[in-house]
Design a protein around this ligand. Sequence first.
Ligand SMILES: Nc1ncnc2c1ncn2[C@@H]1O[C@H](COP(=O)(O)OP(=O)(O)OP(=O)(O)O)[C@@H](O)[C@H]1O
Length: 406
Amino acid sequence: MSGTTSAMVRFSDVTKTFVGDNGPFNAVDGVTLDITRGEIFGVIGYSGAGKSTLVRLINALELTSGGTIEVDGRSITGLPEGALREVRAGIGMIFQQFNLLSSRSIAGNISYPLEVARWPKAKRKARVAELLDFVGISDKAKQRPSQLSGGQKQRVGIARALATNPGILLADEATSALDPETTQDVLALLKKVNAELGITVVVITHEMDVVKTICDRVAVMERGKVVELGDVYSVFANPRHPATRRFVEATIKDRPSKDALERLRRRHPHHLITVSVHEDGTSGGRITDVLSANSVQGSIIFGGISEVTERPFGSLTWELVGTPADIARSIETLKGYTRVVDLGTAEHPLADPDAYAPGTETDRPDAQSPSAPLPLDRLAAENAAQIGGIDPGNPNPLGGFRKGNR
Ligand SMILES: Nc1ncnc2c1ncn2[C@@H]1O[C@H](COP(=O)(O)OP(=O)(O)OP(=O)(O)O)[C@@H](O)[C@H]1O
């Protein structure tokens, strides 16, 4: 990769049109955004929002219907297949279902793209050993994929995707099939890929937890459009779009839902407030100081503070006991530091404008029609793409090596 511009990927008014059961529709609809060189960029959205399609446009597994895409300063729009193979060689990809070749050993899987790129045997062997060590599974070299756990399989997928030194790694729901602990391990590995190898990582996910753990910036997609874009902490601290708010609330779980608030009011009939705790706002200690300075007794009855991009984030719901005037003064003072939602009392309740009311997928106003089943040729194309520089139209990546492109 040339390293000449700060944008590793540039989408300019990009549209991708598919023909569905009800006629043509835009799976990606007028997207303009830059993915900065060296960052971990998240794309989040509900099923069918267009995330995979957007990311598959980067390595030309899908071709644009409108607009232009630049990868590493080079427009890939309208390039002939031969030139696209060159672009793909600089992009690694990993998938939810790993897409490993079951007939090959782990070392054989990782070596495969190097064979295709016609690396000499000794160089291949050294590179595979280096990659196995990097992803932490050197002891698994001779085993078959079926002998590995999901997390280990994804490590193989990552090693294979890195084999030919790509500048970009695309991770399509790479942790969605893993348990929470293994997810954290794989996310840590993706962070290491980014930090130690300087690779730009694009992560597609439907879990804000993934975004919160590793991404620098995030785009929220809904119905093919990017509805919110920004650095992760700001998006968490100030989500503007309803879809973003739902993702944040479902992940942080720091505020009582409507139902939980009703239960809290029954147990705690006095004045309730929810106070945001941000790095640049207030802390639990400062809240206590403000309350005691105003002769108000406070106790925490709900809340949670976790880390977003390694910085504190969350909120605490307090029950306040004191005179109405002292409580009002406390709330005014706290508002000078941070966001305070006044929930009133059991007798005179005030609604939380941000309350999260969990619903089903189909309850959501933005729910999309279910994604089409993965066509077989798409699976073959993914297999081909992740080993770098191969024609995604080849339905049988093991059916004979194509000529390398370097
Ligand atoms: N090859 C295709 N032909 C027709 N429609 C398609 C094709 N690929 C995707 N779609 C449709 O485009 C829309 C966006 O799909 P896409 O896979 O990009 O969404 P997504 O946000 O990644 O969803 P998921 O998280 O379920 O994978 C969906 O309605 C899907 O059914």
